[in-house]
Design a protein around this ligand. Structure first.
Ligand code: NAD
Length: 491
């Protein structure tokens, strides 16, 4: 589907996200013919730029980061619709100038009053920008047109702040005008969880407590915090990753089939699962947090978190977090979902592993199956997007020996077209008004309901465990699973 007449206003256009992801995504959409001819891109930031300076910045970002080939004619058409508004978020004159630019573009490019406002700004400015949009009449769509707000993460830092932010945002925008970004939901592999489960017959019958032993959801990064100390310290890995990305992955893995593939039905089912998620009582035994210490990674010695620039040496911020959750419903009762994330781990990988129970009986003698693991279906979200099924197979030879083998599906091999970037998909969906892949405020609040007690527990219980950079996290996390008779996968 192609977006209708519209424009996109990016606040915080000099930021990292705008340059690396948003600008390239807009170009890639234009290059694929998915934007309307008069599409307009407006940038708002504290620089004394003219429109052409802004266009040059976008040009450089596109040349460096776009996924598709650079085509001069596509670029020219896009560049003609670029406008820049210099200003601070407090600056009323700048918002008036934005209003004038929007009017001018409606007339000159036929944008028809349809605008999405993308808040690619530090979270503390979300309320301010939203209120300024209202104050200057930009949030109200003229008759027959639309206005939408796109809000980046993190959406609050606990349940109370998320509620407060929701209240402010909803004073200005109706719930269906608000698009909260969880860029994981824009990834092909994540959308494929639903295709896999609900377009096929062979997975759903075994996707429950009768066959599944447990589920492991991992998002591991091999990098540290880089230059993002100011953002990261005090937030930490659980708030940064588990609250949004991992709980969304868990919801998609555990939810019931939606009545239809639309935003309302998806929300209803995801919400039901999130509401059924139980945080264990004994948080000391069922959660682990860690901090990376120095170590070796990629053949280089790297610093520990507490030695990073801008980090307080007494910081208790977690760079690794693991939690055990259960889902109190008929399908999943008693099946643990282990969620973990961390920086400076052995490898960059995001995956969902559904690990099955052992066969109830084996006719082979025990030496034949000594090396056999449990069956597993692993959905690889990134990198090497695809899926693996692990099962036992006879080793060739005269004796009966059974070992694990895998059957692999890789996007790169089965499909010739490369996957769009998550932001490409999500920006297009915003312009189309398709909210399927955006968490609603009730999901966000429910996710904080799950995480808050964990954070509270950590706040009052000592310091995070240290783990060597390049390892797979603190030993305490291994012990947590070992107590349940299980172990983490080494992806
Ligand atoms: P950033 O700090 O690099 O950029 C923020 C932008 O806001 C900059 O252009 C800055 O100049 C502008 N800004 C700050 N204060 C301002 C003011 N008073 N008036 C006008 N402009 C002001 O942040 P980023 O990394 O680009 O991230 C943007 C948003 O996206 C944040 O909410 C962040 O949490 C979120 N996010 C970023 C990433 C990422 O990979 N960078 C990933 C996920 C989410």
């Amino acid at each position: 589907r192609i977006a209708g007449p519209s424009g996109l206003v990016i606040f915080g256009v000099t930021g990292d996200l705008a340059r690396k992801k948003l600008m390239p995504a807009v170009y890639d959409l234009a290059n694929r013919g998915l934007l309307p001819p008069g599409f307009s891109l407006l940038g708002f930031a504290r620089r004394e730029w003219e429109d052409q300076d802004f266009a040059q910045v976008v040009h450089d970002a596109v040349r460096e980061h776009a996924r598709t080939d650079f085509r001069e004619e596509v670029w020219q058409q896009l560049a003609e619709g670029m406008r820049f508004i210099p200003g601070d978020f407090d600056d009323d004159a700048a918002f008036e100038q934005l209003r004038a630019s929007v009017k001018e573009l409606d007339a000159s490019r036929g944008t028809s009053g349809n605008y999405a406002f993308y808040l690619s700004v530090p979270p503390k400015f979300f309320p301010k920008v939203v209120q300024q949009l209202k104050r200057h009449g930009l949030a109200d769509a003229p008759e027959g047109s639309w206005r939408r707000a796109v809000i980046e993460k993190p959406f609050g830092h606990d349940l109370a702040s998320a509620r407060e932010l929701n209240a402010i945002v909803h004073e200005v925008f109706d719930p269906d005008q608000v698009f909260r970004i969880d860029h994981y939901l824009g990834k092909e592999t994540v959308q494929n969880i639903l295709a896999l489960r609900f377009a096929n017959q062979m997975y759903e019958p075994i996707w429950n407590r009768s066959y599944v032993d447990h589920v492991q959801i991992t998002m591991a990064e091999d990098i540290g915090i880089g230059g993002r100390a100011g953002y990261y310290d005090g937030i930490g890995s659980a708030r940064d990753v588990i609250q949004n990305h991992l709980l969304q992955l868990m919801a998609l893995t555990a939810m019931e089939e939606p009545a239809a593939f639309d935003a309302e039905s998806l929300l209803a089912e995801k919400l039901k699962v999130l509401k059924a998620v139980r945080v264990p009582d004994d948080l000391g035994r069922h959660t682990v947090r860690g901090q990376y210490a120095e170590g070796w990674q990629g053949g280089k010695q790297v610093r520990g978190y507490l030695q990073e620039d801008g980090i307080d040496p007494a910081s208790t911020t977690d760079t690794y977090a693991a939690v055990k959750l259960e889902v109190d419903n008929r399908r999943w009762a008693g099946v643990p979902f282990y969620l973990r994330t961390g920086k400076r781990l052995g490898r960059r990988v995001t995956e969902i592993a559904v690990v099955f129970q052992r066969a109830p009986h084996s006719p082979f003698d025990s030496t034949a199956t000594e090396e056999l693991g449990a069956n597993a279906i692993v959905i690889r979200v990134q990198p090497d997007e695809g899926m693996t099924v692990r099962f036992g197979s006879k080793v060739p030879g005269t004796s009966m020996e059974i070992r694990d083998v895998t059957m692999d599906f890789a996007y790169g091999e089965s499909f010739t077209e490369s996957s769009p970037e998550a932001y490409e998909r999500l920006i297009l969906d915003v312009l189309l008004g398709d909210a399927n892949l955006f968490p609603r405020h009730r999901e966000v609040e429910e996710s904080w309901r799950i995480l808050d007690p964990v954070e509270d527990h950590w706040d009052s219980h000592g310091r995070p465990a240290q783990y060597a950079s390049g390892s797979w996290g603190p030993g305490e996390a291994d012990e947590m699973l070992a107590r349940d008779g299980r172990s983490w996968r080494r992806p």
